[in-house]
Design a protein around this ligand. Structure first.
Ligand code: AMP
Length: 214
């Protein structure tokens, strides 16, 4: 069976950071729909051109674009034993796609990283990412050693366009309207675990590894 972990939670709850740690621990690739979309936007692919406007406004990119990107990526050979999903699914239709494609051959578990809106706005407006390797920083809690420079690869640190406050608020609104109802869907399916996303990274990882033994 493929080991499939779905990380749910509002934008900025720590899905990328937590997913990255779990990916190293379990040796499963971390697949972030947001990262895959940004890569397409940067490379100016046809999909990227279609996705760009939605992303800048913090709106959901149409399913046909995201689903095709995720289907393609999760069928690559490094996903043979499973994968960790960050940012996908974000609505019921996307959740059904995962069930249809992987329901039989996958052991699907869900972790919900919970965090309050005010916490999210504070965290995301201080977030900086490396434009080269994608490493994530926080100006106060995880500052880089040198201002504006990635510790890991020396790349330039930037603020994502959609990490500006008005866009963050829109992303949160969409999260509550469209994505949060998925919590009920996964809670009812079982293998669903809620973790405090406002806790420290080590604590979160300890809690998840206590629950899921992969
Ligand atoms: P993220 O990096 O997960 O915060 O995603 C950044 C942006 O990419 C979102 O605000 C959406 O515009 C788009 N996006 C990422 N994942 C999805 C998805 N599963 N469905 C639709 N849009 C998505």
């Amino acid at each position: 069976m493929k080991k499939i972990l779905i990380l749910l939670g509002p934008p900025g709850a720590g899905k990328g950071t937590v997913g990255n740690k779990l990916s190293q621990m379990w040796n499963l690739p971390l697949i972030s729909s947001g990262d895959l979309l940004r890569e397409n936007v940067n490379r100016e692919t046809e999909l990227g051109k279609k996705a760009k406007d939605y992303m800048e406004k913090g709106e959901l990119v149409p399913d046909e674009i995201v689903v095709s990107i995720i289907k393609k990526r999760t069928s690559e050979s490094d996903c043979e034993n499973g994968f960790i999903l960050d940012g996908f699914p974000r609505n019921l239709n996307q959740a059904k796609m995962i069930d249809e494609v992987y329901g039989k051959e996958g052991e699907i578990k869900t972790v919900f990283l919970n965090a309050d809106d005010d916490f999210i706005v504070e965290r995301l407006s201080n977030r900086r990412v490396c434009e080269k390797c994608g490493a994530i920083y926080h100006l106060i809690n995880i500052p880089p050693k040198k201002d504006g420079i990635c510790d890991k690869c020396g790349g330039k640190l930037i603020q994502r366009e959609d990490d500006k406050e008005d866009v963050i608020r829109n992303r949160l609104h969409i999260y509550h309207q469209i994505t949060a109802p998925l919590l009920e869907y996964y809670r009812n399916k079982g293998d669903f675990y809620e973790v405090d996303g406002e806790a420290g990274l080590d604590e979160i990882i300890k809690e998840i590894s206590g629950i899921i033994k992969w």
